[in-house]
Design a protein around this ligand. Structure first.
Ligand SMILES: [Zn+2]
Length: 119
């Protein structure tokens, strides 16, 4: 069984990241979520996509001066959603598969089922 590369972690590795073509990083779930390249990319996606969504959905409210705690919460979620999707996607493509496990993400149970039926 592969182990997380983080010193003194010792947990089973569930994710493999290609730091560069010659070097890979193995991480358990806890350390995969906070793996610096994953976090950095998620922050960039959140800044870009979140800002576009903010302009579409809340810019008029903010410019009119009608900022309420609910609007502030929505603005936070506007940035949190793309951050979460980017992190989830990075973990999904980096997940180590066990022998016999489908390559179709568990989020799509119908596709995984038809994948199994085909053999
Ligand atoms: Zn770990």
């Amino acid at each position: 069984m592969l182990r997380c590369d983080v010193p003194r972690c010792g947990r089973a590795a569930g994710y493999r990241f290609a730091a560069n073509p010659e070097e890979t990083a193995l991480r358990c779930l806890r350390h995969a979520v906070f793996y610096r390249p994953v976090r950095r990319r998620a922050l960039r996606v959140a800044a870009l996509v979140g800002s576009v969504l903010f302009l579409i959905n809340q810019a008029d409210v903010v410019l009119s001066g009608a900022v309420t705690p609910a609007v502030l919460a929505k603005i936070g979620l506007t940035y949190l959603v793309p951050f979460s999707v980017s992190t989830y996607s990075a973990l999904g493509v980096s997940r180590l598969r066990r022998a016999g496990e489908s390559s179709v993400p568990a989020l799509l149970p119908d596709a995984a089922e038809s994948d199994r039926e085909r053999g």
